[in-house]
Design a protein around this ligand. Structure first.
Ligand code: GLC
Length: 736
């Protein structure tokens, strides 16, 4: 409907109805409506609030959403908005975003998210609580799973692509609304501990942590979700500087700000305010529009209005933002927005969508080591030994609407590749350790029991392992962490492979047969203690619905791996947080003249990552040559061309991700030793040579100065070009 009519709708709402639009409740409030024992009582709100509320959390499926909408519309003329965690797929599940980050292929990811929007819309979901664009430098944090990694440029490009994908052709009938999260800097939680504090300079925040949210806002995200953490002592959900001054006033965001789950009420737990009353005042005056799953807005907005502590005009403005989105999505004309069982049959997990998921999982996988054992051939005798050998648990913790029964396991996929009788498989050992604190991970005892072996079962496995190792030409070992060990509330202080899996790998190594490790994880694991046992290591992440196929495609050479890490792998958890774009310090091991002791390093672990940002191997052989600049000086109104010759010196076609890094060698605020400024994915035929050209612009030379302003300073800039952040060719120019 036209805005004029929509304004009339707003004007005819009572104050309580307007406040209702600012409340979001989970699905269980809508199934059983019993005020006495129902969830309302537990939450501390009146049953009447349920009939007034404006949006629902995590209800999906055409039948269910239509039923809930029908029930709601009997009591409320404003249709519900259905919002859900749709982070890396809906029914067709893609690799976790840390894997998507390793594709360096935002265009492909945009298509994935278009497909996801089509599935979600058919199933009655209108808003995705994604993309999650938090920059992460600490693999202990469980939610690194949902992030695309440690680099602001790469994260920004994925943020834009995911928003564009969700909101493709966005109107009453197309696309779903994106809700970028978690604003802001949730990925910088101290010690990688979940829900912990964040403290950093405004300069660091602006230079590294805000760009990806800004990219999502510039791409037109319809919603922004507040983060659970504090920023310099002020909890985000009550942080007016971040939410109003920066997000709304400086960036011009005029969409909906929604709190994270119960985060308004948690302002009390933070010690920011004494009661829900003040929590509501702080969040509302910081312009949080929707209170997700807390009693605050329901119970406190009217009293605050009476006390004159909030402005009724602001209620209208917040309600207008919600009504405007509902109107934009055509809900007043079609409250189901096309969701139907027929639409689901047409959209959900189609062969075409599976094919794209398989392609994406191929591009997301990163070959970390290969002494030449890969690719395997179909006539080799292959033993699959590892807890993930025949598992369908390959979709990760946040695949809320995915179904593991749709997943292709590694064993199923391998059976399609090897000659008859050339594949044997066994678990080898359990996924989790018997002393894991499964209750602390939210696991039930029965769920935990499925993840461990009894001592008798382990004895039988030991025998099978010995037999299969002796029989095989090569042993492929799918190992890793359990789904519940990463994702939200999945922070870990130890990120090595579990001891029983390390022991299994060592045992198989003693057989003398070559080992191909396939790591299934929601984070970079520490692989230092098994790296030398393996002839090859393939990092598959939680690879999604088509995970088994993608792993088999690479291992048997149907695909030449092109994945490049968007987050480095540490040698030890003690190095964290760790990232490639670090500062030089006054005593860098690379440049310091001090004795071997007095340098910025550890005495017990080799410096730097085991596998650096941007790293990944392929089956082809790429040579980088002749790095040249168009000129050795550059002025602000000029650009400078960087060219490099790239030769595929092998008989295998492949894709190289050529990476361009810059270093501002001297500046009034010291700058990192390297910062990614551009990259190109280049396909090369066998023995093909190409010249790759990058253009350096003045904008690439900017940084946030001592007054937190974007600035640029004359001086030397080093230029690095290579296929990862460590092994680069180098030259330099002067900005004058
Ligand atoms: C969770 C997460 C957030 C999610 C929300 C709704 O606690 O922090 O990412 O979208 O609640 O499930």
């Amino acid at each position: 409907m036209e805005d004029k009519k929509l304004h009339a709708v707003l004007d005819h709402l009572t104050l309580q109805e307007k406040i209702g639009q600012l409340i979001q409740l989970p699905g269980n409030f809508f199934d059983v409506h019993t005020a006495t024992t129902g969830p309302e009582k537990k939450l501390g709100i009146d049953a009447a609030v349920v009939d007034m509320c404006g949006s629902v959390l995590n209800v999906a499926g055409a039948e269910k959403t239509r039923r809930v909408q029908d029930q709601h519309l009997k009591k409320n003329k404003i249709p519900l908005l259905f919002m859900s965690d749709i982070v890396y797929g809906f029914k067709t599940i893609y690799p976790i975003p840390l894997g998507l980050g390793a594709t360096w292929d935002p265009e492909l990811i945009e298509k994935d998210y278009q497909n996801t929007a089509d599935e979600a819309k058919a199933s009655g979901n209108q808003v995705a609580f994604a993309p999650m664009v938090d920059l992460v430098r600490d693999a202990r944090w469980g939610r690194v799973l949902e992030s695309t990694g440690e680099d602001p440029l790469l994260n920004s490009q994925y943020a834009s692509a995911m928003v564009r994908g969700f909101q493709h052709n966005f109107d009453a009938k197309h696309g779903i609304a994106a809700c970028v999260k978690h604003f802001a800097a949730y990925g910088a939680v101290e010690s990688g501990k979940e829900y912990n504090s964040v403290d950093m300079s405004e300069r660091e925040l602006r230079q590294n942590y805000l760009p990806s949210y800004k990219a999502a806002v510039d791409a037109g995200t319809k919603l922004v979700m507040t983060a659970f953490n504090t920023m310099n002592g002020v909890p985000i959900t009550g942080n007016k500087w971040l939410l109003k001054d920066i997000l709304r006033d400086e960036w011009g965001f005029d969409g909906i700000i929604i709190s994270d789950y119960a985060a308004v009420a948690e302002l009390v737990n933070h010690g920011f305010v004494p009661t829900n009353h003040e929590a509501t005042e702080q969040a509302f005056n910081a312009t949080v529009d929707i209170d997700m799953k807390s009693p605050c807005y329901a119970n406190e907005l009217q009293p605050l209005l009476k006390e004159g502590r909030i402005d009724v005009q602001k209620i209208d403005e917040a309600c207008w933002r919600v009504l405007k989105l509902k109107n934009e999505m055509g809900l007043f004309e079609d409250p189901y927005r096309g969701a139907s069982v027929e639409a689901e049959k047409e959209q959900l997990i189609t062969p075409k969508k599976r094919a794209l998921a398989r392609k994406t999982a191929n591009e997301a996988s990163v070959l970390l080591k290969n002494d030449g054992i890969l690719p395997l051939s179909s006539d080799q005798k292959v033993a699959l030994i590892g807890p993930y050998s025949n598992s369908q648990e390959l979709i990760g913790l946040w695949a809320v609407h995915g179904d593991t029964k749709d997943v292709i396991s590694i064993e199923t996929a391998f059976n399609e590749k090897v000659d008859a009788g050339h594949l044997r498989s066994t678990l080898g050992t359990s996924l989790m350790a018997a002393d894991d604190n499964y209750q602390g991970m939210g696991m039930s005892e029965s769920q935990f029991k499925q993840a461990i072996l009894s001592s008798d079962e382990q004895k039988k496995e030991d025998q099978k392992v010995a037999e299969l190792s002796a029989w095989a030409d090569v042993v492929v070992m799918p190992v890793g962490e359990h789904t519940v060990q990463s994702g939200e509330a999945g922070s870990r202080a130890n990120i090595n492979l579990p001891a029983q899996q390390v022991a299994l790998i060592h045992r198989v190594a003693k057989s003398g047969k070559p080992i191909v490790l396939v790591t299934i994880s929601g984070r970079p694991l520490v692989l230092s203690d098994v790296e030398t046992d393996a002839s090859a290591i393939l990092q598959a992440w939680f690879p999604g619905t088509e995970g088994g196929h993608a792993i088999a495609d690479i291992i048997f050479g149907k695909t030449n791996p092109s994945g490049r890490l968007s987050m480095g792998f540490p040698r030890s958890v003690g190095q964290l947080p760790q990232y490639y774009s670090h500062l030089s310090t006054g005593r860098s091991p690379l440049t310091s003249g001090h004795s071997s002791r007095y340098m910025s390093k550890y005495t017990d672990v080799k410096d730097g990552p085991l596998y650096p940002f941007g790293f990944g191997l392929s089956y082809h052989q790429a040579e980088y040559r002749n790095l040249t600049l168009s000129q050795d000086k550059m002025m602000a109104d000029q650009t400078l061309q960087v060219s490099v010759e790239l030769e595929n010196s092998s008989a295998i076609a492949g894709t190289e991700t050529v990476q361009l890094y810059l270093q501002d060698v001297f500046a009034s605020v010291v700058q990192p030793v390297k910062v990614l400024k551009d990259y190109q994915r280049v396909t090369l035929k066998a023995y093909e040579t190409k010249t790759i050209v990058f253009t350096i612009t003045a904008e690439m030379l900017q940084f946030y100065g001592q007054q937190n302003q974007l600035t640029i300073e004359p001086g030397q800039f080093n230029v690095f070009v290579g296929n990862n952040s460590r092994d680069c060719m180098k030259t330099s120019f002067e900005f004058i």
